[in-house]
Design a protein around this ligand. Structure first.
Ligand SMILES: O=C(O)c1ccccc1N[C@@H]1O[C@H](COP(=O)(O)O)[C@@H](O)[C@H]1O
Length: 220
């Protein structure tokens, strides 16, 4: 079984970047959302992104960002991709792609089967889909809450574009997720942290080890 793409999100230091890339992360995410403990300023992100240029795809995560903020991010930090983690419409995705010429990952909050239907409307306009759990009522963050959803809802999900499974993944449950569904991509943030916004090398190692163990079980 091919290793799924692995995106480690909410990175704020060069040490964490070097660590996750050494372990084989395909994508690294930077949060541009001031309420988040993982928020990075554009000038800081620019240095981090330059540090890893060409070693992993760099993803700028924003939430219902206007053109002014996106311009600042795109021209200031120069990411490889944009992740839209709010309620951006399909038309907004088309506009963002046309304005900035970058691939877009569109995130969705999933709790029930009907939530998947929304994603279908984006398959022609986004480059990737990311399925996250619905945040709790009145949560400050639309993502990065460490909450899993019933990923078996995605069993047999046939998408025309690649997708990431996200939401509450960690070393303890990622093996089960890979056994239950053939996720082509995995995305994790709080599951590899010791505290909100603080990535933990031991938890990162445990996560990658658990993915590799699950792959070996599948091919055995
Ligand atoms: O991580 C954040 O703080 C965040 C803030 C605003 C939008 C998205 C955010 N994170 C995204 O949510 C997924 C899932 O996080 P978790 O693993 O459940 O903690 C994360 O990977 C980001 O893509």
């Amino acid at each position: 079984m091919k290793r799924p793409d692995i995106k480690i999100c909410g990175i704020r230091t060069k040490e964490t970047l070097d660590h996750v890339i050494a372990r084989g992360a395909s994508h690294v995410g930077f949060i541009f959302f001031e309420k988040s403990p993982r928020h990075v300023e554009v000038d800081v992100a620019a240095g981090l992104i330059e540090h890893v240029r060409g070693r992993a795809k760099t993803v700028a995560v924003s939430v219902n960002a206007d053109n002014e903020l996106l311009e600042e991010i795109v021209f200031g930090a120069k990411p490889d991709m944009l992740q839209l983690h709010g309620k951006e419409s399909p038309d907004r995705v088309v506009t963002v792609k046309a304005l900035y010429g970058l691939p877009v990952i569109k995130a969705f909050s999933i709790r029930a089967p009907e939530d998947l239907a929304f994603a279908r409307d984006y398959e022609d306009v986004a480059d990737r889909i990311l399925f996250d759990a619905k945040p709790p009522e009145n949560a400050a963050l639309p993502g990065g809450n460490g909450i899993a959803f019933d990923w078996r809802l995605l069993e047999g999900y046939q998408a025309t574009i690649p997708w990431f499974l996200s939401g509450g993944l960690n070393a303890e449950n990622v093996g089960a997720a890979l056994t239950d569904i053939h996720a082509p991509g995995l995305d994790v943030s709080s599951g590899v942290e010791s505290a909100p916004g603080i990535k933990d090398p031991a938890r990162i190692d445990a996560f990658f080890d658990a993915v590799d163990e699950a792959r070996m079980r599948r091919t055995a």
